[in-house]
Design a protein around this ligand. Sequence first.
Ligand code: AN7
Length: 376
Amino acid sequence: MSTVSRYTGLIEHYRDRLPVSDDTRIISIGEGNTPLVRLENIPREIGKDIDLYIKYEGLNPTGSFKDRGMTMAVTRAMEEGSRAVLCASTGNTSAAAAAYAARAGMTAFVIIPEGMIALGKLAQAMIHGAVVIQIRGNFDDGMRLVKEVAEHAPVTIVNSINPYRLQGQKTAAFEIVDALGRTPDFHCLPVGNAGNITAHWIGYSEYAGMSTQACAFCGGDCKHPCAAVSDKRPVMVGYQASGAAPFLRGEMVDHPDTVATAIRIGHPQSWDQAWKVREESGGWFDECTDEEILAAQKLLTSKEGIFCEPASATSVAGALRDIKAGKIPEGSCVVCTLTGHGLKDPDTAIKQCEGDMLTVDAELDAVKKAILDNLA
Ligand code: AN7
């Protein structure tokens, strides 16, 4: 028996549950298989008996969960003979599209809102060689343009309206059940376009043998076995930033605004699907202020050593509030997805800590004093 066990990405790992054939050339950079980290200090600090995990999606190759969808979308675009991919993005989708297109030898066109994407994401799109088109408008304008222009140019849209994106992203739910050996009671996610919450629900449903939705999404050519590997699905909870919370307003928001630029989205593309997830799972939507989001980001970095970008911290901000309030009861097993890495947005992180840095003369006495004054 071979002892070789190099991990080669989520399509290979969950191959029989994804729409690929034996001859499909898989475009992978080793995405997926991200850690499920149990939080230790935060639950103790809030005094609640809760089994709280974060799914660290920032540890994917380009630093966000988008890689899960992009490996699948670009693999299928290649297979169908497409030479270029196109997306609108608040940043992470553009980074993933740029990287996977580079790997596939395709051209990536990315439409981004001028001045509104985090520095790391812009760097990624540019260094991977994407054609970056900044628009004087927001993500929702970009999404509208993507749909319009795709009718006039030979490009494959790789936003989450591409059903293969959700097929790739559903594997995060598989990994969680596989890692825990059970389905969590609650799964909390930040919500922008609501593609990810929809994808998780497809994954959990498939694992529970209730996969009607999954087959519809892959056009009936997926080969997933219908045998259940889990006995239930979690309650799905979606949190939005208050300034960009169409699911809380009950209607589209025309001028979304939040420090969490990744989820600065007012016209979610998976609107109907997300309401269905809420209904079928018995879950809910709620909102977090920018202050709550940044506080949760800081809490995770300072108490658990986990650095996520602001949008990601929305899941923890909301979950902690609902745990404290008892809406998520003690004794529950809860997973919060941290969608993107903190290094994506160094500006916001540094701004949060302004004044925390010491500047002293390059002398022993000065450095010694700085240390002794600050020993806890
Ligand atoms: C870190 O990159 O829409 O609810 O264009 O980057 O599935 O949209 C990003 C979305 C959460 C929201 N967290 O997920 C894009 C983009 C982070 C994100 C979301 C995004 P969806």
